[in-house]
Design a protein. Structure first.
Lengths: 311, 179, 426
C-alpha cells in the first residue's frame, strides 16, 4: 500500500506502481476529453519546492494538482540557498505550519526528499533528487510502455545516454525490474555508474547490442556540463558513437517505440528523423505525465484520508 | 430470484409518453425555445422518445441531447473514485431556452442536482423543468418533478426496474424486492 | 604522599593477563604484585574488572580553538576519559590552524587547566594546512607537539610531502598522512560502488585513498624515512601496507572502529551520521581491515573523533559534515568486534590502542610496568550496554552506532594516579 510519500521506486512495490498506472488510465481518459475538473483535492494545497530549474516537471505537477482542484504554491529556491539560507528541514517545518498538504520536491542532492519526508507531516513526492531517483518520470514512462504493449513481462527496454547522472534511468531500472521487463543500458564508460549489473540491468557493449530486439528505445539527455567536466570530448563525437539515428533503430524491434524524458538535444541523443518518427512517443509522454501525476496525488491523498479523520 | 410485479407494459408506457409530451407543450405554451436534455444513459432515451412524440403531435423538431453527470456527482470526494465521465456537448445552445431535464426514475434527487450543475456549466437556460417516468419517493434533497409519468411510492427494499426498448428490447416497468 | 592501590583486577600486560594489585604513588606505578599491603593507601576494588594501560588515541579532533560549538578541550577531554583514554593527540585543523608554537602552546596549557587526560597536539605540516610551505616544525615540537599532519587537507603536492618527511625527521617528528587524492575524490561523499549508485550519491573511489598510500610508501621507501598512514579504510590500502612492511619500509598505519564494524549499506538511510572521510566501505574492505589488524599490518586503532554540531548533520547528505564522534564508543566497539569475535587477543587490543601509539609517537605510557606513569583504564568486559549518544559527554552526538549493543564498559580512568573518570553506576 502506497505510504505517506513517494520517494523512489526502489522501495515501491510492483502492486503500487500498477495501481498508480491503473488510476492514471481514468485520468488520461478525462484529460483527452479536456475534462480538467475533478474535485478530489479541493481544499488541499500542493507546494512545488524546486531547488533546481525544471519548467516541464513543475508545470506537469502544478497542472495535475489544479485539475484535481488543489491549490498550488510554487517555491523556487535558487541552488545557492541550499547552502546558505534556511535549512531544508526548517523549510519543511514552515510549509507544515502553513497547513500545506503535499510537497513536491526537486533537489540537486540525492536523499533530500527522504530527509524532508522524515520531518514533515505533509506527503512528500520526489520530483528528482540529484543522481538518485525521479519516480514520476519513470511512472509516466511505464504508462507509455503499457499503453503501447499492454504489459511489461518480457518487454525489452534499451536506455542509452548518461546513465551515471540519470535519476530517470535509475527509477526506470528499479521499476522495470519489478514489473518483469528487461533493461539494457548503454553509455560511454565515463557515464556508466558502478554496480549497475547488480541493480538487475544488462550493460551493453555497443549500440547494436543494446538495441537488439528492443521494444522501447529510451534516450537520456546529455548535459553540456558533463562535456565541460571532461566526461566525453564533444557532442559531435557523442552523437557519432553513442547517439541513435534511423540507421541504428533498425536493430530494434520493428514495432518499437522511442522515448525520451526531454528536453531532447536534437542530433545528439537522437537524430531528428527518430524524434519525429510516428513511433516516437516523446510528446505523448508529456500528456501521460500529467495523468500519472494526477493519479499519484489522488492516491496519496486518498490513502491519507482515513488516517486524518482520526487525527 | 425475487418475484417481480409488472406495473406498466409497453402500451401503457406509450400512452404515458404521449401524455407527458402534451403536458410539456401545454406548460410551455407551444414548442418554442423548448429543448430536452436527458441524464445519461436512460434519461437520454427518454428525452429522445419525448422529442419524437412532440414532433409527431406538433410537427416541430425539438432539440434533444444526453448529458453526463459523472463529474458532478456529490460522492466523488467522499468515496474517492475516478468517474468514467464523458465531456458534455449538447450540439445546441441552451441559453435562454426552456430545458426539460429527463430521467427514468426519480429517487433521492442527487442525480438531478448534479445534472442541473452540469446544465449550468453549459449555459444559462430561461428555466429548467424536470420530467421523470416514475417518481418512487425517498428524496434526500428538495427536488420536485414538473412532469411525472407515474408515482410509484416504493420502500428502500424495493427495486423499480425501468426497461426501455433501446436498451432491454422492451418497454416496461416492474417492481421487485431487492435481493 | 598520594597512594592508590588498585586491588584484585585482572591486569592486562603485553603478553598475558594476571590477577594482581597495582600500587601507585605520586602518579607513578611503584609496584605490581600479588596481594600488596599498603597502609594508608586509598584502595580501589578492581575485582571483576580488567586493568589496562591507559588508552592512547593518536587521532582526534578537539576543535579548540575556533570550533568550540562542536567541541572544546574540556568536553573532548571528558569524552576521552569516559572512553578510557588517558592520552589523546589532537589534529591541527582548528581555527586558527595549529601550525605554530603559539597555538600548540595554547592547547597544551588549556589541556593542563582542564586536567583530565593528557592532550598532545599534532602540528600542521604546512602553514594553514595549505600545502604550500612548511610550518615551523621545530618550534612546534618545542612547544609540545608530538607529530605533524595536514589531516583533513591532504598534502596533494608530492614534493611538499617529501620535504616534510625529510625536514621533520631532523626533529624526530613523524608525518601522519591523511591519504586522499582530492582530484579523484572529486567532491564525493560516500564509497564509490553499488551502494553509491543505489543511493544516487557521489562516490569516492578506493583508489583516491590507495594512490596516496602508495605515494607515501614510495616516498618513505625512497627517503628511508618513517611515515604513518591515517585511518586506512580499503582492502587495497591494507594490501599496499602489508607489502611495504614485508619489504621493510618504515610505515605504520591506523584504522578506526567504524572501518571494521560498518559497511556502506548504512548510507542508504541517508543518515548523515554515516558520513565520514574516508567513507564507509564494503564488506570485503571490513574483512580486510580486520585481517590487517590481526596480522599486524595495521598498528593502531584510533577514533578520528570528529565531533560536529547537530545542525551540521541535520541537512542533506551532501551538505553534512564528515565525521563520527568516536571517543566514547571506541573501546567497547573494538573489544566487541575484535576480541570477542576472536580476531585479536586482549593483549593485542591493548597493543593497538595503547602500546603502539605510544611507541610510534614516543609517548609515555602504553604498558603497565613499575616505574611508569600511572595511566590506567579499568573496564568491565562482561558488561553489555546499549550505546546512547544522548549520554555522550562530548558535544558531538554524531554517531552511527546509536542503539547498538556492545560489551566492555569503561569503569575507571586513571591519569597520573588520579581517578579522572568513574562510571557513576559503581
Amino acid at each position: 500500500m502506497l505510504g505517506k510519500d513517494l520517494l523512489g521506486l526502489y522501495d515501491t512495490s510492483a502492486e503500487d506502481i500498477l495501481s498508480i498506472l491503473d488510476t492514471a488510465v481514468g485520468m488520461k481518459k478525462l484529460l483527452t476529453q479536456n475534462l480538467k475538473k475533478l474535485p478530489h483535492l479541493q481544499g488541499r494545497t500542493v507546494t512545488t519546492l524546486f531547488y533546481e530549474n525544471s519548467t516541464r516537471t513543475r508545470c506537469s505537477f502544478e497542472l495535475a494538482a489544479k485539475y484535481l482542484g488543489a491549490g498550488t504554491v510554487n517555491v523556487s529556491a535558487s541552488s545557492s540557498s541550499v547552502q546558505k539560507g534556511e535549512t531544508l528541514i526548517d523549510t519543511g517545518y514552515t510549509l507544515d505550519a502553513m497547513k500545506n498538504d503535499v510537497i513536491v520536491i526537486r533537489h540537486p542532492m540525492g536523499g533530500a526528499p527522504h530527509l524532508l519526508a522524515k520531518h514533515v507531516r505533509a506527503s512528500v513526492i520526489n520530483a528528482g533528487d540529484g543522481m538518485n531517483e525521479h519516480p514520476t518520470q519513470a511512472l509516466l514512462d511505464f504508462y507509455t510502455m503499457r499503453e503501447k504493449f499492454g504489459g511489461f513481462q518480457g518487454l525489452k527496454v534499451a536506455i542509452l545516454g548518461d546513465i551515471k547522472h540519470s535519476r530517470v534511468a535509475k527509477s526506470n531500472v528499479f521499476g522495470l525490474k519489478k514489473l518483469g521487463a528487461e533493461v539494457c543500458l548503454f553509455a560511454p564508460g565515463t557515464l556508466m555508474p558502478q554496480g549497475v549489473e547488480r541493480l538487475g540491468a544488462k550493460v551493453a557493449r555497443s549500440r547494436e547490442e543494446a538495441l537488439a530486439g528492443a521494444n522501447v528505445v529510451m534516450g537520456l539527455r546529455i548535459q553540456l556540463e558533463r562535456m565541460h567536466g571532461g566526461l566525453f570530448p564533444s557532442l559531435a563525437e557523442y552523437s557519432q558513437y553513442y547517439g541513435v539515428g534511423e540507421d541504428f533503430l533498425r536493430f530494434a524491434d520493428k514495432d518499437c517505440i522511442v522515448m525520451h524524458p526531454g528536453p531532447v538535444n536534437r542530433g545528439v541523443e537522437f537524430t531528428s528523423d527518430v524524434i519525429d518518427a510516428p513511433n516516437s512517443k516523446i510528446t505523448e509522454q508529456v500528456l501521460n505525465g500529467v495523468a500519472v501525476r494526477m493519479a499519484l496525488l489522488f492516491l496519496l491523498i486518498k490513502n491519507r484520508q482515513g488516517g486524518e479523520k482520526n487525527e | 430470484m425475487p418475484e417481480e410485479r409488472l406495473l406498466m407494459d409497453g402500451a401503457a408506457i406509450g400512452r404515458m409518453l404521449a401524455r407527458l409530451s402534451h403536458e410539456i407543450v401545454e406548460k410551455n405554451k407551444g414548442t418554442q425555445d423548448l429543448c430536452l436534455v436527458g441524464i445519461r444513459r436512460r434519461g437520454e432515451f427518454v428525452a429522445r422518445r419525448i422529442g419524437a412524440q412532440i414532433e409527431k403531435f406538433y410537427g416541430d423538431c425539438v432539440p434533444c441531447a444526453g448529458i453526463d453527470i459523472g463529474l458532478y456527482r456529490d460522492d466523488l470526494v467522499s468515496s474517492f473514485f475516478v468517474p468514467d465521465a464523458r465531456a458534455n456537448s449538447l450540439g445546441f445552445s441552451i441559453d435562454g431556452k426552456s430545458v426539460v431535464l429527463c430521467d427514468d426514475v426519480l429517487h433521492t434527487g442527487r442525480s438531478v442536482r448534479a445534472a442541473i450543475e452540469a446544465i449550468f456549466d453549459l449555459g444559462r437556460p430561461a428555466c429548467v423543468r424536470l420530467l421523470v417516468l416514475c417518481d418512487r419517493g425517498g428524496r434526500e434533497i428538495p427536488v420536485s418533478p414538473d412532469f411525472v409519468g407515474k408515482n410509484i411510492p416504493a420502500s428502500r427494499r424495493e427495486l423499480i426496474d425501468v426497461r426501455l426498448l433501446e436498451i432491454e428490447g422492451e418497454d416496461s416497468i416492474g417492481i421487485s424486492l431487492k435481493e | 604522599m598520594n597512594r592508590l592501590l588498585v586491588r584484585g583486577g585482572t591486569v592486562v600486560f603485553s603478553d598475558h593477563c594476571t590477577v594482581c594489585d597495582i600500587l601507585i604513588e605520586d602518579g607513578k606505578i611503584v609496584q605490581i604484585a600479588h596481594c600488596i599491603e599498603a597502609e594508608g593507601a586509598t584502595v580501589l576494588d578492581a575485582s571483576g574488572l580488567h586493568v589496562f594501560p591507559g588508552l592512547i588515541d593518536m587521532h582526534v579532533h578537539l576543535r579548540e580553538p575556533g570550533f568550540e560549538y562542536k567541541e572544546d578541550i574540556a568536553s573532548g577531554s571528558a569524552a576521552a576519559v569516559r572512553g578510557g583514554f588517558t592520552q589523546v593527540c589532537c589534529m591541527p585543523n582548528t581555527q586558527p590552524v595549529c601550525d605554530n608554537a603559539a597555538v600548540v602552546g595554547y592547547i597544551v596549557a588549556r589541556a593542563k587547566e582542564v586536567g583530565l587526560c593528557k592532550v598532545r597536539p599534532i602540528g600542521a605540516i604546512t602553514v594553514g594546512e595549505a600545502g604550500e610551505r612548511l610550518a615551523e616544525i621545530g618550534k612546534m615540537k618545542q612547544a609540545g607537539a608530538v607529530a605533524i599532519s595536514d589531516d583533513g587537507k591532504p598534502v596533494s603536492d608530492a614534493r611538499m610531502m617529501r620535504l616534510a618527511m625529510e625536514y621533520a625527521s631532523d626533529f624526530a617528528m613523524l608525518c601522519l598522512s591523511h591519504c586522499e587524492d582530492r582530484s579523484l575524490a572529486d567532491g564525493g561523499v560516500v564509497n564509490e560502488g553499488y551502494n553509491s549508485t543505489l543511493a544516487g550519491l557521489k562516490g569516492i573511489p578506493r583508489a583516491a585513498e590507495e594512490i596516496m598510500i602508495a605515494r607515501e610508501i614510495l616516498l618513505a621507501e625512497t627517503l628511508g624515512k618513517h611515515v604513518h598512514i591515517c585511518h586506512v579504510s580499503t582492502r587495497g590500502g591494507v594490501q599496499l601496507l602489508r607489502e611495504a612492511k614485508a619489504r621493510g619500509v618504515a610505515v605504520t598505519a591506523e584504522t578506526c572502529p567504524h572501518y571494521f564494524t560498518l559497511t556502506d549499506d548504512l548510507i542508504l538511510s541517508y543518515d548523515a551520521n554515516t558520513k565520514v572521510n574516508p567513507p564507509l566501505r564494503e564488506a570485503a574492505d571490513v574483512a580486510a581491515i580486520r585481517e590487517g589488524l590481526r596480522d599486524g599490518t595495521i598498528d593502531c586503532i584510533v577514533t578520528d573523533h570528529a565531533p560536529h554540531h547537530r545542525d551540521e548533520k541535520m541537512v542533506e547528505y551532501n551538505l553534512a559534515a564528515f565525521g563520527i564522534s568516536g571517543l566514547e564508543t571506541s573501546f567497547s566497539l573494538s573489544y566487541t568486534a575484535l576480541v570477542r569475535a576472536g580476531i585479536l587477543t586482549l593483549n593485542e587490543l591493548v597493543e593497538k590502542m595503547s602500546a603502539n601509539p605510544a611507541r610510534i609517537l614516543g609517548l609515555e605510557g602504553g604498558s603497565l610496568q613499575e616505574g611508569m606513569c600511572a595511566d590506567l583504564m579499568l573496564a568491565d568486559l562482561d558488561a553489555e550496554y546499549k550505546i546512547d549518544s544522548k549520554t555522550f559527554v562530548s558535544r558531538g552526538k554524531n554517531t552511527p552506532f546509536n542503539g547498538r549493543f556492545v560489551y566492555g564498559k569503561v569503569k575507571y580512568t586513571i591519569v597520573d594516579g588520579q581517578i579522572k573518570f568513574c562510571d557513576e553506576k559503581n
